[in-house]
Design a binder for this molecule. Structure first.
Ligand code: TRP
Length: 433
């Protein structure tokens, strides 16, 4: 059985936090170890340009995110791990897809609509600050996926619509240019319901946009400890019973501890564990897991060329898949080499050269002999006269081929819509033989 190709993109903006690790990185690394899976994971750095026009941040963020994935156990030997911007076939495919994507489909994209709504709510022009990058983003994402014929695309719920759009665009392209061939696999979104969403410092979902994140590696264990200390709790004093579900601590704890440890932690809170002590236990638990990864992360960040090498190896593997498919697609839409076109022209000429007019001699039902001159397509150009001997008919044919002065003779009839010039042209062709 062939393996399932699983592909996902990681937008390279921001600094990875615990929520990214638990919600995306850790499960994706685990899934990539599955022997039935052919995993393609990439840094969506073209996507990052949509949201950020600060080159230094772009550069920093993609390096940090690459290092984070490698340090978290992604094995670049087993997974095709690459940067989107190292695969020129992706933007090229984006354009081919753009040309078959209905504008109306893009109008319906949630991300774009949300931006329009926000503009309207502020009394602004609906398109204020909306770039074509944001608008066309789902087409770039479709190209990311279709370029590698991914079967499954693990994504968050907010991305499901984009996968559906990729299917639409793929089906349309297959239909328009495939002539029965299917260039693209229709991808399926894979939304993992099991994966925990971590709460942030204020109890809402941990997210950069709420500014409530706990960094994964940045700032080391010191920073981790300080940030955990800022998790919002109530004013219950040590010794007072606490509801483990009324704050973020127990949920964060569970994401890093096993079941038995989690149980102990929760009952300690109910038994009056102080918030300060609870935070120390939470820090110890997370740091124990993160510390070895952080050491690898720091080593990688100190040698960016090692990261570069890993990504270049991945990019070469990815291009080896992308390039032949793109060639096929270019061919399919008509972007063909002129060499091939020259061959076609030759074929056309050969056909014209071999398709010459011809004479057909025959005997009428009444016993007379006659002939017809037909053009290459079998149309009647000239109906011959009536001769009592086949030799006489043959002589008239020979005279016509040699350029007879008069066409038609009195008893010859031109075909429908045929002028003498057409007959002379046909005879000139025959005369060259
Ligand atoms: N848009 C995705 C996100 O914001 C990232 C992404 C880009 C992606 N290209 C992709 C995900 C292709 C899956 C497949 O999360």
């Amino acid at each position: 059985m062939s393996k399932t190709r699983v592909l996902t993109g990681i937008t390279t903006t921001g600094t990875p936090h615990l929520g990214n690790y638990v919600g995306a990185i850790r499960p994706a690394v685990a899934a990539s170890r599955n022997a039935d899976v052919d995993a393609f994971y990439f840094l969506a750095d073209y996507h990052a340009l949509i949201k950020c026009d600060d080159p230094a941040r772009i550069e920093r963020s993609r390096l940090e995110i690459a290092a984070t994935w490698l340090a978290s156990g992604l094995d670049p030997e087993r997974v095709v791990f690459y940067r989107q911007s190292d695969i020129p076939q992706i933007p090229e495919l984006t354009w081919l897809l753009t040309c078959v994507t209905a504008k109306g489909l893009m109008n319906r994209a949630h991300a774009y609509k949300a931006s329009v709504d926000a503009n309207l709510a502020e009394g602004q022009d609906p398109d204020a600050a909306i770039t074509m990058g944001l608008y066309s983003y789902p087409i770039l994402m479709a190209a990311d996926i279709l370029m590698f014929n991914a079967h499954k695309v693990p994504v968050g719920r907010d991305q499901v619509q984009h996968i559906e759009m990729a299917r639409d665009v793929a089906a349309r392209f297959n239909h328009l240019f495939g002539q029965g061939r299917e260039f693209f696999v229709l991808p399926e979104a894979q939304v993992d319901e099991e994966v925990a969403t971590l709460p942030g410092l204020d109890g809402r979902k941990m997210s950069k946009s709420y500014d409530n994140t706990i960094p994964l590696f940045e700032g080391g264990s010191k920073r981790l400890k300080e940030t955990i200390a800022r998790i919002v709790t109530d004013s219950r004093a040590p010794g007072e019973a606490k509801d483990p579900d009324s704050n973020a601590l127990a949920t964060l704890y569970r994401a890093f501890a096993d079941e038995a440890q989690t149980k102990v932690f929760r009952s300690a809170l109910r038994d009056g564990l102080g918030w300060g002590e609870a935070k120390t236990r939470l820090f110890d638990c997370i740091d124990e897991q993160i510390a070895p990864l952080r050491a690898r992360y720091e080593a990688l960040m100190a040698q960016p060329e090692r990261i570069e090498d890993a990504l270049q190896t991945g990019a070469a593997k990815a291009r080896a898949v992308a390039a032949p498919l793109l060639e096929t697609l270019r061919e399919a839409v008509g972007l063909r080499r002129f060499r091939a076109l020259a061959q076609n022209t030759e074929q056309v000429q050969t056909r014209a050269a071999t398709a010459v007019p011809s004479f057909k001699q025959y005997r009428e039902t009444d016993g007379c002999f006659s002939f017809k001159l037909m053009d290459a397509d079998g149309r009647l150009l000239l109906q011959g006269g009536r001769y009592s001997a086949p030799r006489d008919a043959g002589q008239r044919i020979a005279a016509l081929k040699q350029g007879a002065s008069t066409v038609p003779l009195a008893d010859e009839v031109l075909g429908d819509d045929v002028g003498p010039a057409a007959v002379l042209a046909a005879l000139a062709l025959l005369g060259q033989e």
